[in-house]
Design a protein around this ligand. Structure first.
Ligand SMILES: [Zn+2]
Length: 299
């Protein structure tokens, strides 16, 4: 399987207001694996954008996928696409090792699950803009003007790229920045700046964040599992980005060795081998290994 069709749980709305949800993805090749191996320290949201740009063949009727389009997909849609890419590259079965979170245990537990077990909830209202009223306690008044409703959009990869470096240093400022980017209006103010965001009451922020989360498409990324050592249940967090990138990055040396092995036996160029999907590269290596073993046994 080198291509896959899927339906984004959110979707992308173009300038003319048309919603695009169906996607076609192609599997990663040695080139993307190399890119991931060589950019271990690069901030991961921008790496997701690069990878999606290379592997997304189609969204709705759009076949010329720009990097900016990939960047502007909703956070959950990007996570969903990574899960699909993982499925294309390594299949749906996942085996992860996690420490049991109970302090008196802490033993390493192997967790097996299928990506198809992660519940995906598509968004109902596709927006892309959402208007919500603020409750009486959350609204505020300035002069004659009443600020009692907001219009926002949902966070995208572009927001993650900008915000994640700040998130580690100053979470409160990062969240302010996110609000500034996603809020389209506050009451009569159609372009709220930092000062305006600063006037929002904590209750208003809470209501906005709650509405954003309720309106977003969702992928459940915590698995209920049981520790095989102590038998107690716990929720295992699963970060598709870290996990999948980790799997792919595991070895640049191995990738070089595979290229060398195929080039040596088949006389293909490096370019041809690097353009192959990982699965096909592995199939050839297996065939070669079988063949070599057969020849050795015949001697
Ligand atoms: Zn345990």
């Amino acid at each position: 399987m080198e291509q896959l069709e899927a339906l984004l749980p959110g979707g992308w709305t173009d300038d003319r207001g048309r919603l695009h949800q169906k996607v076609v993805l192609k599997t990663l090749t040695g080139r993307e694996e190399m890119l991931l191996a060589e950019n271990k320290r690069r901030e991961s949201a921008s790496l997701v954008t690069t990878i999606l740009h290379r592997c997304l063949l189609q969204i709705g009727e759009i076949t010329e996928i720009s990097e900016s389009l990939c960047r502007n997909l909703l956070v959950a849609d990007r996570q969903y696409l990574l899960l699909k890419l993982r499925e294309l590259t390594f299949g749906t079965e996942v085996r992860a090792t996690l420490p049991c979170p109970w302090p008196d245990c802490g033993k390493k537990a192997d967790i097996d699950f299928s990506l198809t077990d992660l519940p995906v909830t598509p968004s109902v209202d596709k927006g892309p803009h959402y208007r919500i009223p603020l409750s009486e306690d959350a609204a505020f008044k300035e002069g004659d003007l009443m600020y009692d409703e907001v219009v926002f959009r949902l966070p995208t990869g572009a927001d993650q790229e900008v915000i994640s470096p700040l998130l580690a240093q100053n979470e409160a400022r990062a969240l302010n920045w996110l609000l500034e980017r996603c809020l389209i209006s506050i009451g009569p103010n159609k372009d709220p700046n930092r000062e305006m965001i600063g006037k929002l009451l904590p209750k208003a922020r809470f209501e906005i964040e709650k509405a954003m989360s309720a309106l977003s498409p969702k992928i459940e990324l915590a698995l209920n599992t049981q520790c095989p050592e102590c038998g107690r249940e716990f929720a295992a967090p699963f970060d598709p980005q870290d996990f999948f990138f980790g799997e792919l990055r595991s070895s640049r040396d191995l990738l070089y060795r595979e290229v060398h092995y195929l080039a040596y036996h088949y006389h293909w160029s490096e370019r041809e081998i690097m353009d192959m999907p990982k699965t096909r590269r592995r199939d050839y290596i297996e065939m070669l290994a079988d063949e070599i073993e057969r020849l050795n046994n015949a001697v």
